[in-house]
Design a protein around this ligand. Structure first.
Ligand code: HEM
Length: 231
C-alpha cells in the first residue's frame, strides 16, 4: 500500500520520469555521435562500429536494449498518467496559453510535451522497423575475412527517398522541442534549481536540445543532398 502511494505521488512520478528522460538523453547523444560516421563516404567504419555493438559486446547490448525499452515505455506511461491527472484537475483546460516571460518556463516545448512524446514513440517504432529490423545486406569489409551487415547501405537507401527525409526532419524538430523543455525540467525535478542555477540549467537544456535536433536533422539532409558523400 505504502509502495503504491509512493509510486502514485506526483513527486515520485516526476523524479522517475526525469531519470528515465536523462538516460534517453544520454543515449541520444551517444547515438548521434556514432551516427556521425555516416558522413564518412567509406562504409567500413560505420559498419564495423555497428557490428561491434551488436556482435562484440556480449550480454551488454541486451541489457542496454532492455533498459532503454523499459525506460522509454515507463516514461511514456507515467507521462500519460500525469497528463490525465492534469486534465482532471482542469477539465476545461486553459482558454488561452500565456507565455510567462520571467516567472515560469512555460514554452511551446512545455505545453506540447505529451504530443511530441507520442510522436517520438510512433517514430521510434517505425525507426526500428526500418533500420534495426529492416532489409539485411551483407558484405566483407576491408581487413575482415567474414561478412557483416551493411547497415550503411540500408541507411543510404532509406534516405534516397525525400518522403523519408522529410519525415525524419519533421520528427527531429519536434524531438528538439520535447528535449528543450524535458532536459531542463528533469534537473529541476531532481532538485537542481535556484536563483543562479535555474537559468544555467535552462540554457544547458536548450543548447542540448538544439545540438541533438540539428545533428539528427543534418544527417538525412546531408545523405540526401550529397548521396552519402558521393557528390
Ligand atoms: C537521423 C537520425 C537517425 C539515424 C540515421 C539513426 C540510425 C540508426 C541505425 C542505423 C540504427 C541501427 C543500429 C544497428 O542495429 O546497428 C539505429 C538504431 C536505433 N535508433 Fe536510431 N537513428 C536516428 C535517430 C534516432 C532517434 C531520434 C532515436 C530516438 C528517439 C533513435 C533510437 C534508436 C534506437 C533505440 C535504436 C536501437 C538500438 C539497439 O537496439 O541497439 N534513433 N538508429
Amino acid at each position: 500500500m505504502r509502495f503504491k502511494m509512493i509510486l502514485a505521488s506526483s513527486l515520485s512520478k516526476k523524479i522517475y520520469m526525469s531519470i528515465a528522460g536523462l538516460v534517453w538523453s544520454a543515449f541520444l547523444l551517444v547515438h548521434l555521435l556514432g551516427n556521425l560516421q555516416l558522413l564518412n563516404p567509406d562504409r567500413d567504419p560505420f559498419n564495423k562500429y555497428s557490428y561491434f555493438l551488436t556482435h562484440q559486446t556480449g550480454e551488454f547490448i541486451y541489457l542496454a536494449e532492455f533498459l532503454l525499452a523499459f525506460f522509454f515505455i515507463t516514461h511514456f506511461l507515467y507521462a500519460i498518467w500525469v497528463q490525465i491527472g492534469n486534465w482532471r484537475a482542469r477539465p476545461h483546460g486553459y482558454s488561452m496559453v500565456r507565455w510567462a516571460k520571467n516567472t515560469s518556463k512555460r514554452s511551446l516545448g512545455s505545453v506540447t510535451m505529451i504530443y511530441t512524446g507520442a510522436l517520438v514513440l510512433i517514430f521510434l517504432v517505425l525507426h526500428l522497423i526500418h533500420f534495426k529490423y529492416g532489409e539485411v545486406v551483407y558484405y566483407t569489409p576491408k581487413g575482415y575475412t567474414h561478412q557483416i551487415r551493411d547497415m550503411y547501405f540500408t541507411v543510404m537507401e532509406f534516405f534516397k527517398n525525400p518522403v523519408n527525409v522529410f519525415f525524419y526532419v519533421a520528427v527531429m524538430v519536434l524531438l528538439g522541442f520535447h528535449l528543450s523543455h524535458g532536459a531542463w525540467s528533469a534537473f529541476q525535478s531532481l532538485g537542481l534549481s535556484g536563483k543562479r542555477f535555474t537559468p544555467f540549467i535552462y540554457t544547458i537544456g536548450v543548447l542540448f536540445a538544439i545540438v541533438v535536433a540539428v545533428g539528427f536533422v543534418f544527417l538525412p539532409l546531408w545523405i540526401y543532398f550529397t548521396r552519402g558523400g558521393a557528390l
